[in-house]
Design a protein around this ligand. Sequence first.
Ligand SMILES: [Zn+2]
Length: 323
Amino acid sequence: MEFAIGVDLGGTNLRVAAVDDAGRLLEKRVMATDAASRGYPQVLDVLSDAIRLLAQAYRDRGLLRGVGVGVPGILDARTGILRDSPTLPGWRDVPVREALEGRLGTRIILDNDANVAAVGEHWCGAGRGHPDLCILTLGTGIGGAIVFGGQPWRGKSGMAGEIGHLPLRPDEGPPCACGGRGCLQQYASASAVRRMVLEAVMQGRAPSLAPLLEGNPGDIALRTWELATAGDAPACEVFRQVGVALGIALAGLVNVLNLPLYVVGGGVSCAWDLFAPALFAELRRRSFVYAATGDTTRVVRAEMPHDAGLYGAARLAFLNNAG
Ligand SMILES: [Zn+2]
């Protein structure tokens, strides 16, 4: 047996997993990132310890082929320096790869978290057997990746696929961490769910949502989904708005890319049943390419909304240490 360690360095949680070469999860460990209260050297210390422990736990059972890490934010893939990260406060120009390689004494494969999730979903999830696809990951922010021939298309500087920053309402929309306004991320991420819940409560439209406002965006989105599933109308309205925004963005993507498959993943995709009707209504209304291509353009829910990044990071470690 061969295995690799995959890491998802998220804004909320640090997740580390051992995955074998057949795409089976051997073990997963989850810790709070606490990026706001801990500096990056301390977070990377905790992460290195977790990687080391997991590698030791499986050393007798198989060969460790490598370590892959998905990081959120603007990553210079060439140098391994994280330029900026909206979800990791204070992480600016952090040499993540060098710092981890120094701590662990081994080569680290580093990539943007959206690319990593796309590779995971392509390897073991809804993208299996599809060389070309586009993936949206709805988390604290929104990650995007376009996969051609089984590989993420990185663009000139490794920054392609920033689908979360497609402008939907560039003039009157909420300000975005990218410097723009009204990006898709402001309407269909967990942070967007929190904002919409907060606005509905402040405007007195949704007293039922007031108890939801404590916690991180992911927790708030999850509790809003639970309430919506139980039939709460204001909570349902939040996800209808998520669907409208996704439908508009996907209409543009389908028109531009004409790919056969679009996958919607990340934590917020748990609410697929609630937002999908509005998503498809907008998509049909706004994309002539979608209307013309009928059943050959598919928009589906991810099969691994939470763990795609772990599988993808492990997969990249296998691919980059082959032979
Ligand atoms: Zn933006």
